[in-house]
Design a protein around this ligand. Structure first.
Ligand SMILES: Nc1ncnc2c1ncn2[C@@H]1O[C@H](COP(=O)(O)OP(=O)(O)O)[C@@H](O)[C@H]1O
Ligand SMILES: [Mg+2]
Length: 334
């Protein structure tokens, strides 16, 4: 009996050790259909401990649906996922214990005070005894809610409501925070404050946040997952994503004079795919955009062609892509 218990304990320790080496989130072939509509198609990705992941996609892309599947609020139609090594279907309670979720529209109870609400939420999460006060105290402190703890939720600004939602997600000190559009509806100052708060939370937690604001992802995330029409289009670091696009080599040029011959010669140049004339500029200047094969730089050739025609040139520039370019490139409909 004693031996078998020791054996079980040993097994459990081995399991715990194994879990500690696992990814924080693995999603495999996650699929969700609503009637005849497929909201998420075959989503496979993983998130490692300590990452701050931006889950990026246009409205209706499937961000909320994917997050709800990860949190166990919505059963997948097919596929599976695990949180901290616990399968969300086979071990839903353990999986949920490792995550804190802030839904898109934080359902706060208007007539409750901040502290009361957090107390209610803590008990719902099965936190009991002296842990309740301790956990609430920590969450309030981390979210800068000390001055508002006795305020009625109905009197809070949107920024403080978001903080209350974040404090709720933090109760129980979960390894993983899943935040659905945490800065939605906030003004620029509040956005900055919530962004800083998320950045500080990320020191101790793995964070996934969904957004359609690119600059937000660029500022705080070290990994980006791009989803469009239910399909995961990319999962990488922001710098890797923009580096791949840099290879697409777009060059803008401004020169004066008749552009017809210049464009013809540029288009005959092997790596050039397309030359686009942009709106004419004042004073007889033209601006053209040269789109070329990945990995090429057409600046030297373009400058030589323009010089050979004796035309003045005042600007030549190779575009350095940002995340917005990656996003547009991946979600464009043409
Ligand atoms: N319960 C539902 N029933 C039917 N369609 C839904 C439901 N929930 C979401 N959808 C649809 O699934 C798609 C993805 O929605 P959602 O995951 O909320 O997108 P996002 O969060 O990226 O804006 C949308 O077209 C939405 O209308
Ligand atoms: Mg959403």
């Amino acid at each position: 009996m004693c031996q078998s218990r020791r054996f079980n304990l040993k097994n459990q320790i081995i399991l715990l050790e194994l879990r500690s080496h696992m990814s924080m989130v693995t999603a495999q072939h996650l699929h969700k259909v609503f009637g005849r509509f497929t909201a998420v198609k075959d989503a496979t990705f993983s998130i490692e401990k300590g990452e701050i992941v931006g889950f990026l996609g246009p409205n209706g892309a499937g961000k909320t649906t994917t997050m709800k599947m990860l949190t166990g609020y919505l059963p997948p139609s097919a596929g599976t996922a695990s949180i901290a090594g616990y399968d969300i279907i086979d071990h839903p309670l353990e999986a949920r214990r490792h995550l804190g979720y802030m839904p898109e529209n934080v359902p706060l109870y208007e007539e409750m005070r901040v502290y009361e609400y957090l107390e209610y939420r803590a008990r719902l999460k099965g936190i009991c005894g002296s842990s309740v006060r301790k956990q609430i105290g920590l969450a309030i402190e981390r979210c800068g809610l000390e001055a508002k703890r006795k305020n009625l939720i109905s009197t809070l600004s949107k920024g403080y409501r978001q903080r209350t939602g974040l404090a709720d997600a933090l109760l129980g000190n979960p390894d993983l925070l899943i935040l659905d559009e945490p800065t939605n509806g906030l003004d620029p100052n509040q956005i900055r404050q919530i962004r800083e708060l998320i950045r500080s939370l990320a020191e101790e937690h793995t964070v996934i946040l969904s957004t359609h604001i690119l600059s937000e992802v660029e500022m705080i995330c070290n990994k980006v997952i791009i989803i469009d029409q239910g399909i995961i289009k990319a999962s990488d670091t922001p710098s890797n994503l923009t580096r791949d696009l840099r290879a697409a080599g777009r060059v803008s040029i401004e020169f004066k004079g008749d552009p017809t011959e210049v464009i013809k010669e540029l288009e005959a140049f092997e790596p050039v795919k397309k030359v686009i004339i942009e709106d004419p500029l004042p004073g007889g200047w033209n601006r053209i955009l040269v789109r070329a094969e990945p990995g090429t730089d057409t600046r030297e050739k373009a400058a030589a062609i323009i010089a050979a025609h004796g035309l003045p040139m005042r600007h030549i520039y190779r575009h350095i892509p940002n995340l917005e370019n990656v996003f547009v490139e991946m979600t464009r409909r043409d």
